[in-house]
Structure formats: C-alpha cells, structure tokens
Design a protein around this ligand. Structure first.
Ligand SMILES: C[S@@+](CC[C@H](N)C(=O)[O-])C[C@H]1O[C@@H](n2cnc3c(N)ncnc32)[C@H](O)[C@@H]1O
Length: 215
C-alpha cells in the first residue's frame, strides 16, 4: 500500500511539474472540484502575510499559483493597491472571484487563468509571490522563470516564496534545491522558518549586477 501511494504521489508530482498544460489544468480542476484543497480556503494568520504587508508597501502584488483567493482576501485590504492572481485552475479562480466580489475587493483584485511558466505580465509589481506553488516548476526552469519575472519587478520589488523544506523532520530534496538555487543566485533579504517543522518564507531580489544563469 505504501509503495502504491508513493508511486501515485510521484506520478502526480511529475505530471504537475513536467506535464502538458492541459493535463496540469485537468488534475488541478479535478482536485479543487472534489474538495481536496478546501482546507486552504481559510489560512488567516499565515506566516506569509506579515512579509507581504512589509514588502508590498501598499503597492502591487503578482501571486503566481494563487489558488482559491485566500491571499487575495485574507491579506489586509489596506496593505496593497492592486493584486493580480494567476492560476492554471478555472475551479480555483471561480472561487477566488466569488470571494473577492463578496468581500468588496473587485476593484483591486483581478485574476488570470494561465500557466505561470508561460504567463507574460503587462506591468511591474512590488511583490511577485510563489506561495506553495514553486514545487510545480521543473528544477531546470527555476532560474529562467525567476529571471523572466525579475523583469516585472519594480526597482524596489522583491520575490517572496513560501514553501515546506522539511516534512516529518526530513529534508525535502527538491524544495531544498530550489532554496539553494535562490540563495546562490539572488540577494536574499530575509529567510524565516515558522516553528521547528513549519514553512519557510524567503524574500529576495535580483543581484544588482544582472540576471542569474548558474544552475
Ligand atoms: C497548493 S496550491 C497553493 C494555493 C495558494 N497559493 C496557497 O498557498 O494557499 C498550488 C496552486 O498552484 C496552482 N498551479 C500549479 N501549477 C501551476 C502552473 N503551472 N501555473 C499556474 N498555476 C499553477 C494550482 O492550481 C494551485 O491553485
């Protein structure tokens, strides 16, 4: 049973990082419609919000892999002026839009259905966020994707990544490799882990001497 579960998790993880866009979209839509992700509907008090408030400085946020609108609706309304959420799942975005409307934030939150590996923003942002979504970028694409979005940061803009690097006391190797790539290629401003086994939040910006290529 353990081997079957592990194999299923491996196949899912592989498809969600390396699969074609249509497959990724179908898997996420199915999981959201079946309620697998209902537990993230309410994440008030999450460790990422203090960082978002600090670095958005009442400016603009791009949330890549935004999910069902938790960040867009739980973040203090006066902490930002505009928010763009990008997600591959129509199901997640439908929830995000409904929630935004009910919350009276339709004037400042907007949502786009796209694969963040291919999305081309039309503006610059004060914060580009990957909250529990960087796992779904192939390792070989981490630096090219971060370099691409670096062009869409304002002069004082930063990336914020939240992810679990430890699970049940064990290091998760892919997320750890992602953190190492970030640390080796960007200027890290802050890195915090919540509690002994909690999520890591890392805040960073492009090095002043240009974009990074070392993988
Ligand atoms: C675990 S959920 C995290 C949602 C939310 N950011 C949070 O932390 O609560 C991951 C989200 O990333 C989205 N996602 C995964 N791969 C994506 C891709 N290639 N492009 C856009 N969204 C993607 C999924 O649809 C899902 O909503």
């Amino acid at each position: 049973m353990y081997i079957v579960d592990r194999s299923k998790r491996f196949v899912r993880g592989f498809l969600l990082s390396y699969g074609p866009q249509m497959i990724k979209r179908r898997v996420w839509d199915k999981e959201f419609s079946e309620g697998k992700w209902n537990f993230i509907d309410d994440t008030r008090g999450d460790c990422v919000y203090a960082h978002l408030e600090k670095y958005a400085q009442k400016g603009s946020i791009l949330d890549l892999g935004c999910g069902p609108g938790n960040t867009a609706n739980e973040l203090a309304a006066d902490a930002y002026s505009s928010y763009t959420g990008v997600d591959i799942s129509e199901e997640a975005l439908a929830k995000a839009a409904t929630r935004t409307e009910a919350n009276g934030r339709a004037g400042k939150n907007r949502f786009v259905r796209a694969d963040f590996l291919e999305f081309q923003p039309s503006q610059r942002f004060d914060v580009v966020l990957f909250r529990e979504s960087m796992y779904h970028i192939p390792i070989g694409k981490i630096l090219p994707i971060l370099n691409k979005y670096s062009h869409h940061l304002t002069d004082k803009g930063v990336f914020i990544v939240r992810m679990y690097v430890l699970l049940n006391g064990q290091v998760k190797h892919r997320p750890m490799r992602m953190i190492r790539l970030i640390e080796g290629n960007f200027d890290v401003i802050e890195k915090r882990q919540t509690g002994e086994w909690g999520a890591t939040v890392i805040v960073f910006r492009p090095k002043r001497n240009g974009l990074q290529t070392r993988s």
